[in-house]
Write a protein that binds this ligand. Structure first.
Ligand code: 1PR
Length: 541
């Protein structure tokens, strides 16, 4: 197998990149010291997290001169995500840290006054009309970043670069650049399905460099971020000890009959692959029981992630049990260490539930102060905000008057059992078994302050009901934060997805039961959205 060299300097999910490279017929050789860079023919610099952290690590380990020498020697070089940002001079994220400076210019943050930041999801990489490493106008690529290089026509072209762009709201940003032996993508090719694998292949075979800027590809697409559709798999051991995908009604996952068995809807790895092939934009696994009768290193979810990431090339999120804990042999294990195990096994994001609620309560109890010791802060510092999702399990609490409680209340179109016209949403922990005195707005704002990149907003009242998303809840939370929100719970048919995208500003929508029971496929949801005029990513086989 021909080889490609990967720089092993930074935390993050490199497993997916390795899997994607192997899928294209190459093997990976790790570069672990600056001296080893000289052995590399093709070199890839993956990057996650902060610009300063990435460049700081590279500089202190002495990699920067070695990377520059590799590029100056005309050998193929590819930067991914922060690896693209690294080739610019600097970024306003960490203004004192110098980049490689191959391109003159400074990255800045997306404007979050009118849209969610980070920019997460599937967007275009429009390569004007010239060939750029097999980027295609009809394809979409997976981005996750808060900082970008703003595109100004002629700016990079005058420095000899071929450029592909994406648009987010009113902003046009650089999605990919190439010149000579250098290719850099702001999106993650390893997470961009077949479209991304094509780009990687074009780099690895050298074909992209050969044809750069030569042939005309036709008109660029114009669309921005697509409507993101996520398939969610709740996973637990059933009474026979098998790990199964299950699904509850308002979080009760047991059959209604006398035996009350845990519902078994299929096998996690197979189902994840099925949804990927139906066009799911992301797959989320929630470990809804803790599996804590085995050592952490043997957690069955790790194996599920490893196997899934071999065939599923879209982002994978894993939730459940991410908190400081004690292993079976008595060793203390931090939430960060658990998250690290998940990232190394193929997860792109971790989702935190109960622990986030307790951390938010503490945050308010001490007067909104942060000490850097919560799981959210530690994981987002190490892996970037985009890697941390908080999963919220709220329940409606009806009240007769708007000021009947100190909580953030809204007037509801669906009055309570005693005709109450107002409600607030109480956060729960332990899979809905314990309700706390903190509302969704308080929780969302606290975890945003801690560095959460995205919210997975469930709703216990709607879960498994097939009655549609709770639009009032989603609107309330969207109004309260600037980070993206994933609407979850209640999807029963494709029209519910259209409704939530039209009636709220949600950034993504998630379905579970309707997919698991085979009532609808992800593809049917996307076809429905496309017919309704909402832009979606089409699966490329
Ligand atoms: O508290 O950090 O250990 O995380 C536990 C995680 O497990 C949380 O994300 C919590 O939401 C989840 N969880 C715990 N118990 C259950 C349960 O169902 N008994 N599942 C559970 C949450 C809700 C969604 C579901 C949507 C869509 N399930 O995942 O997929 O409601 O369903 P639908 O489309 O069928 O309506 P921690």
């Amino acid at each position: 197998m021909p080889k490609v060299y990967l720089l092993d300097y930074v935390a993050g999910n490199v497993r997916s990149l390795v899997n994607a490279i192997e899928k294209t017929g190459y093997s990976v050789e790790w570069v672990r010291t600056p001296e080893e860079v000289a052995n590399a023919d093709k070199l890839i610099l993956p990057g996650v997290g902060h610009f300063g952290h990435c460049l700081g690590q590279l500089a202190s380990a002495g990699y920067l001169p070695a990377i520059k020498a590799h590029i100056d020697a005309g050998k193929p070089f590819m930067g991914i995500c922060v690896g693209l940002q690294a080739i610019f001079e600097r970024s306003s994220e960490d203004p004192d840290v110098a980049g490689l400076g191959l391109i003159k210019g400074e990255l800045n943050r997306f404007n979050d006054t009118n849209k969610a930041v980070p920019h997460i999801g599937w967007n275009s990489a429009n390569a004007s009309s010239k060939s750029l490493y097999d980027l295609r106008p009809e394809s979409k690529y997976y981005y996750v970043h808060s900082y970008k290089y703003p595109y100004v026509q002629g700016d990079l072209e005058s420095q000899g670069w071929t450029v592909a762009t994406g648009s987010y709201g009113e902003e046009i940003f650089v999605g990919a650049v190439a010149k000579g032996n250098v290719l850099a993508t702001q999106f993650h090719p390893e997470k961009s399905g077949v479209a991304g694998l094509r780009v990687l292949k074009s780099f690895l075979t050298g074909e992209g460099q050969k044809t750069l800027g030569q042939d005309v590809k036709g008109p660029a697409s114009t669309g921005g971020l697509t409507r993101r559709v996520i398939a969610c798999l709740d996973v637990r051991t059933n009474d026979q000890g098998d790990l199964v995908v299950t699904k509850g009604d308002q979080y009760d996952v047991r059959e209604k009959g006398d035996d009350r068995n845990v519902r078994n809807l299929g096998k996690p790895v197979e189902m994840a692959k099925k949804y990927y092939e139906q066009g799911a934009d992301e797959v989320t696994f929630l470990n809804i029981t803790s599996f804590r009768d085995c050592p952490l290193a043997d957690l069955p979810m790790l194996e599920i992630l490893r196997r899934t990431s071999e065939t599923v090339f879209v982002p994978l999120t894993i939730g459940g049990g991410i908190r400081d804990t004690v292993d079976t042999d008595g060793t203390k294990v931090s939430a960060l260490e658990i998250a690290t195990m998940y990232f190394k096994s193929g997860a792109d994001k971790v989702s935190i539930g109960s622990d986030a609620v307790l951390a938010a309560e503490e945050y308010y109890a001490v007067g909104r102060k942060l000490w850097g010791n919560t799981a959210i802060e530690q994981i987002s510092k190490a892996y970037g905000n985009q890697a941390v999702v908080v999963s919220i399990d709220p329940k409606r609490v009806y009240v007769p008057k708007i000021d009947a409680t100190r909580h953030n209340t809204l007037r509801t179109r669906f009055p309570g059992p005693k005709g109450e016209e107002y409600c607030w949403y109480a956060c729960t922990i332990k899979g809905g078994r314990e309700t706390r005195d903190i509302d969704v707005v308080e929780l969302a704002q606290a975890v945003e302050a801690m560095g959460t990149g995205e919210l997975l907003l469930n709703c216990i009242d709607r879960d498994g009901t097939n009655s549609g998303f709770d639009l009032e809840l989603i609107a309330q939370v969207k109004d309260a934060v600037r980070i993206p929100v994933i609407a979850s719970s209640g999807a029963g048919n494709p029209a519910h997805f259209e409704e939530v995208f039209r009636e709220t500003t949600t950034d993504a929508a998630l379905g579970a039961g309707m997919f698991h029971r085979g009532e609808y496929t992800v593809e049917q949801v996307k076809d429905h959205l496309a017919t309704a005029g909402l832009e979606v990513r089409k699966f490329e086989g």
